[in-house]
Design a protein around this ligand. Structure first.
Ligand SMILES: [Zn+2]
Ligand SMILES: [Zn+2]
Length: 468
C-alpha cells in the first residue's frame, strides 16, 4: 500500500492503541491520567511507529476505562489485531480483523469525541459488519440490514443476531449510539399507489424490526420521491408511514437523510425535513442525518468557517439542533449547488479539507456516528477495479487528525494542497458535465431567445449517479 499518511497522521496512529470504546465524558481525573499517557506516548514516538506493544501505559488506560464503564470482566480487554488471537464468538468471524489496516482510536485521546467510521459490508450476515468496522479502525459504522436491490429477503438469521451482539460487545461498540444502518434504495415512503406503498412500508418496518433485534437505535433512510405528485401530499404520506412504523416498534429512531437532488426528490431542502418532522407524532422517534456531500450539492455551503456556521444555524432554526443525530462524511466531485450526488474522497472534492476541519471541530457533533461513504474502488495492477479498504482506514485517521489541527498551519496547507491536487481531474470532469448540462437546460428554457442564462438555477439533476 503506498503510504498516504503525513507524519502527523503517523503520529495520530502511533498515539492511539487498540480499540477501547470510552464514554464521551470521562472523569477529569481519568482525563488527566490519559493526557499524561498521551504525552508519554509523544515522547517515545519514534519507537511507537505503527505496531505498538501492549505497554504498561496501555494497561493503565485499560484499567481506567474498565473502572469508568464498569464493563463485564469476561470481555477481552481490547482487540489486538497483531497478535493473531481469534475472537471468541459463536458466529463465524471473518478473518479481516486479524489483519486490521488501522487500529481503532481511543476516543479519549481525541480533543473532541468524534466517532468516525464507514459504511462497511455486511455480506455473509450482519455480524460481519462488526469485524469489517474493526478492520478499518472505525469507531462508528453503517451497514445494510438486507439486500438493497431486491424486495424479498429471508428473515435475519438468529446466528447473525447473536454474532452481531456478541462481536459488538466484544469490540466495545455502543451500537445503540454509533451504528447507523442505511435503508433500502427501493423503499419510497412517499409512494401513492396503495400496493407499492404497502410494499415499501413492509420493507421499511422489517428493517426497523431488524434494528431492534440487533440493539440498534438509529436507522437512516432517504425521505422519498414525489413521483410528480405535490410535495405536501408526498410529505404527508411519508409522515403517515412513519407514524404507523413508530407504533409498530418501540425504540428505533427513524433518521431522515438530507438529499442532493431537486425536482421530485424530497429532502434536499431543510424545509422538507422540517415539514416531515412536524407531522410525526412521536418526535422522539425521528431525527436527521446530514450528508456533507448532499448538503453542499443542494446549496448549503460548509467550506469557509462562516459559511459552515451559517449552514448550521439555518439547520438549527429550520429543523432544530435536537433532531441532528448523525453524519455521512463525503466530499463532493460536483460543484456547489449543482444538485448532483457524486461522492469524492475526503479533501479531494469541491468541499475540500477546510469543510471537514469545520465539522470535526464542532463540539455539538460529538458522540454522533460519522460515516464515510467515499469511493474505495481503485485500479489494480491488472487494470481491474478492486476495493481498497485502506482508503477508509486512512480517511478515518485523516479526519481524526483534523481535530485540533491549526488550519493556518503549514501541515494543514500541505495536506489540503496534496488532496486537492489528487482530485483535480475528477473535479474538472464533473464540472464540465455540469456546465454542459446547464448550457443545454438554458437553451431548452429559451429556445428562440438569445443570451441564455448560463448561471441560472439548474434543472433536476441527471440520475446517472449513485444516490447514497
Ligand atoms: Zn450520496
Ligand atoms: Zn444515503
Amino acid at each position: 500500500m503506498p503510504p498516504r499518511q503525513s507524519s502527523r497522521l503517523k503520529k495520530v496512529i502511533a498515539d492511539t492503541t487498540a480499540n477501547i470504546s470510552a464514554p464521551a465524558n470521562g472523569t477529569s481525573k481519568a482525563k488527566a491520567i490519559k493526557s499524561k499517557i498521551a504525552e508519554e506516548d509523544d515522547k517515545d514516538e519514534s519507537s511507537a511507529a505503527v505496531e505498538e506493544p501492549k505497554s504498561s501505559k496501555k494497561r493503565k488506560a485499560d484499567k481506567i476505562e474498565d473502572e469508568e464503564e464498569d464493563q463485564a470482566e469476561d470481555e477481552p480487554v481490547a482487540e489486538k489485531p497483531k497478535d493473531g488471537k481469534k475472537p471468541k464468538t459463536a458466529a463465524k468471524a471473518n478473518t479481516e480483523d486479524l489483519m486490521a489496516l488501522a487500529k481503532r482510536t481511543i476516543i479519549d485521546t481525541l480533543k473532541k469525541s468524534m466517532y468516525i467510521g464507514a459504511h462497511v459490508s455486511s455480506a455473509g450476515g450482519v455480524h460481519n459488519s462488526v469485524n469489517n468496522a474493526v478492520h478499518i479502525g472505525a469507531n462508528a459504522f453503517a451497514l445494510f440490514l438486507k439486500s438493497q436491490r431486491k424486495w424479498a429477503n429471508p428473515p435475519i438469521a438468529p446466528e447473525a443476531v447473536d454474532g452481531f451482539r456478541s462481536l459488538s460487545k466484544q469490540h466495545k461498540f455502543e451500537v445503540h449510539k454509533h451504528c447507523l444502518p442505511h435503508g433500502s434504495y427501493l423503499v419510497n415512503l412517499a409512494q401513492a399507489e396503495k400496493e407499492k406503498a404497502d410494499q415499501a412500508y413492509s420493507s421499511f418496518l422489517d428493517d426497523l424490526q431488524r434494528c431492534e433485534s440487533l440493539g440498534i437505535k438509529l436507522y437512516n433512510f432517504h425521505p422519498g420521491n414525489t413521483n410528480g405528485d405535490s410535495r405536501s401530499a408526498a410529505i404527508g404520506r411519508i409522515a403517515t408511514q412513519l407514524n404507523k412504523a413508530h407504533k409498530a416498534t418501540s425504540t428505533v429512531i427513524t433518521v431522515l437523510e438530507n438529499m442532493a437532488g431537486q425536482g421530485n426528490v424530497i429532502g434536499s431542502k431543510f424545509e422538507d425535513l422540517r415539514d416531515i418532522i412536524e407531522l410525526v407524532e412521536d418526535k422522539s422517534r425521528v431525527g436527521v442525518c446530514i450528508d456533507t456531500c448532499h448538503a453542499f450539492a443542494a446549496g448549503y455551503d460548509l467550506r469557509a468557517p462562516e459559511a459552515f456556521e451559517d449552514t448550521m444555524s439555518k439547520f438549527n432554526s429550520i429543523v432544530g439542533a435536537e433532531y441532528l443525530k448523525a453524519f455521512h462524511i463525503n466530499d463532493s466531485k460536483a460543484p456547489f449547488a449543482s444538485h448532483r450526488d457524486v461522492h469524492a474522497n475526503i479533501g479531494t472534492g469541491f468541499l475540500g479539507l477546510r469543510a471537514f476541519h469545520n465539522v470535526m471541530n464542532h463540539a455539538a457533533f460529538q458522540g454522533m456516528p460519522m460515516v464515510l461513504e467515499t469511493p474505495i474502488d481503485r485500479k489494480g495492477p491488472d487494470g481491474k477495479s478492486v476495493e481498497d479498504k485502506q482508503v477508509w482506514a486512512d480517511e478515518i485517521k485523516l479526519l481524526e487528525s483534523l481535530i485540533g489541527m491549526d488550519p493556518e498551519s503549514d501541515e494543514f496547507k500541505a495536506l489540503d494542497n496534496r488532496l486537492q491536487a489528487e482530485g483535480a481531474s475528477e473535479r474538472s470532469k464533473i464540472q464540465d458535465q455540469v456546465d454542459r448540462k446547464s448550457a443545454k437546460d438554458a437553451k431548452k428554457a429559451a429556445p428562440k431567445k438569445a443570451a441564455p442564462k448560463k448561471r441560472g438555477k439548474k434543472k433536476a439533476a441527471a440520475s446517472d449517479e449513485e444516490s447514497e
